[in-house]
Ligand binder design. Structure first.
Ligand code: ZN
Ligand code: ZN
Length: 247
């Protein structure tokens, strides 16, 4: 087992102009944007001489000399999910790279990669990521691992003038089945452990959903594998233009 905290981060700093419009109808929620984040990322292409370079340079990449040469570029993110999804009788396995959209502008990817022997591995062990636990695949910037560190998902402070505010982490994104993705804190304000969550990395209790308190299934991000989604509890849509490939 590789200690992901001991491998380097992708160094450097790049700033981006996020463009993400989230619109709703009675039954649908649409995400239209450029896939770029509102927070700084590491420097991509990964620069020779930086600690992460060797990891990327060893991986072949379609259209580039190797994975180190892949830049972050805007793309046509246009995904429509159910606005009020329902839990299906059986969970659905993840069979595409993109698993959700972060309100920060990037996307979440499947937490499985393959090593040189084609064995499934935690992508966080396979490649260094930037300090927001993100990197580009096929030029699309996406997250793995404890990405919540860049989403400002500390619990809101409960004070005399806002006594009704919940210690639960705020919504940070939506899965492609329409369910919400929240930061790492549960109803009691404590970090949720995998033991508190089901196989898809979610659970059900009252949450704030489009301004109303409803009892609803939702996913949590935390620092334990698979960090984000393990499967879908709702019916996932297909993401047009989502990459398929090495991770
Ligand atoms: Zn929760
Ligand atoms: Zn990736």
């Amino acid at each position: 087992m590789i200690d992901v905290l001991k491998r380097p981060f992708v160094s450097g700093t790049m700033h981006w102009h996020k463009n993400l419009a989230v619109t709703t109808t009675a039954t649908a929620r649409r995400f239209k944007g450029n896939g770029l984040p509102d927070h700084p990322t590491g420097r991509f292409p990964v620069q020779p001489g930086t600690p992460a370079y060797q990891y990327y340079a060893e991986i072949p990449a379609h259209g580039y000399p190797n994975a180190a040469a892949i830049p972050i570029k805007p793309w046509d993110l246009d995904v429509t999910v159910p606005r009020n999804p329902s839990v299906q009788a059986q969970p659905t396995c993840i069979d595409q790279l993109t698993t959700g959209m972060a309100l920060a502008g990037g996307t979440f990817h499947l937490e499985v990669a393959t090593d040189a022997q084609d064995r499934p591995v935690d992508p966080n062990a396979a490649l260094p990521l930037d300090r927001c636990w993100g990197h580009p695949y096929d030029t699309q910037y996406h997250y793995h691992g404890p990405s919540q560190t860049c989403f400002g998902s500390k619990p809101p402070r409960v004070s005399a003038d806002s006594p009704s505010r919940s210690p639960h982490s705020p919504l940070v994104g939506y899965a492609i089945d329409g369910f919400g993705i929240f930061g790492p804190r549960g109803e009691d304000g404590k970090i949720v452990r995998n033991g508190d969550l089901d196989v898809c990395h979610g659970h059900t209790h009252a949450i704030l959903w489009d301004g109303k308190k409803v009892v609803m299934y939702h996913y949590h991000l935390n620092g334990e594998y698979p960090y984000s989604l393990g499967c879908f509890r709702g019916k996932p849509v297909t993401v047009p233009g989502s990459g398929h490939g090495w991770h």
